[in-house]
Ligand binder design. Structure first.
Ligand code: C5P
Length: 244
């Protein structure tokens, strides 16, 4: 297996509040993106990491990775390419930078800095063992409601139904794919102007089979300010444990 990771890191992260692009916000003094690249580099399956940076931030991201020792001097090679207006476009631009020998692609959000290496390995292994699209997932803590539009702005939204929670999963990254499959669904989506919030969603849309492996609670996505507080706590616990 020759696996590369594509790391979309070009989002602005507006739900996190004003400031630097989300991937460059710091966690324990280190940018989220650097944590994410290190997490991927810990997996022996990953031989190359393609970071997709904000289009106007490629040089800054390259310098940041190098200054934190995550630029590829040790471990997998790290490329930095410019991203696009949507996550899907950023992933597509990352895929375009892959050398021909890569046959497995792991797509991992920079916004999931604390993914344990066991999750990365489990996803890569499942692809290696024959699955063409693999997603790490966890059960839902909350019950989920399907809603319709409010009758007028400011009025409460009507609930349309409650899907059986035991049949639902929250999905994480890295999501792993056979390279040829991922390229073909991204090309179709581009032609048909289809947008999805995750890569596996494109595979499903075009009739491919996606399978799940267990995710991990520490692979959560840093989206809102409270997520940063939680991430700091997880990191502090890891650092404390490492000292013993
Ligand atoms: O916005 P959201 O949290 O879903 O973004 C998930 C990941 O996709 C983040 O790592 C973000 O940096 C990335 N992204 C991107 N290009 C965009 C939008 C989001 O690479 N235009």
């Amino acid at each position: 297996m020759n696996a590369a990771a594509v790391v979309p890191a070009a989002g602005r992260g507006e739900r996190l509040g004003p400031g630097a692009p989300k991937a460059l916000r710091e966690l324990g003094g280190v940018p989220l993106l650097v944590h994410a690249v290190r997490a991927l580099a810990r997996s022996r399956a990953v031989t190359l990491v393609v970071v997709v940076a904000p289009a106007d931030g490629v040089a800054r991201v390259r310098a940041l990775l190098d200054s934190h020792g995550a630029g590829g001097d040790e471990g997998p090679e790290v490329l930095v390419v410019p991203g696009g207006d949507t996550r899907q476009e950023s992933v597509r631009l990352g895929l375009a930078a892959l050398p021909p020998e890569v046959d497995v692609v792991l797509v991992h959000d920079a916004a999931r800095p604390l993914v344990p290496v066991d999750v990365v390995d489990a996803v890569a292994r499942a692809v290696d063992e024959g699955a063409s699209a693999v997603v790490p997932a966890v059960p839902l803590a909350d019950t989920v409601k399907q809603v319709g539009p409010a009758a007028a702005p400011g009025l409460p939204e009507p609930v349309l139904g409650t899907p059986d929670r035991s049949t639902l999963r929250a999905v994480q990254t890295p999501q792993g794919f056979r390279r040829d499959l991922l390229l073909s669904v991204h090309e179709k989506a581009l032609r048909e102007a289809v947008d999805a919030t995750d890569d596996a969603g494109l595979v499903e849309r075009y009739g491919g089979q996606v399978v799940l492996v267990p995710g991990h609670e520490e692979a959560f996505k840093v989206t809102r300010p409270l997520d940063l507080v939680l991430a700091e706590a997880v990191l502090a616990r890891r650092r404390a444990n490492d000292e013993f």
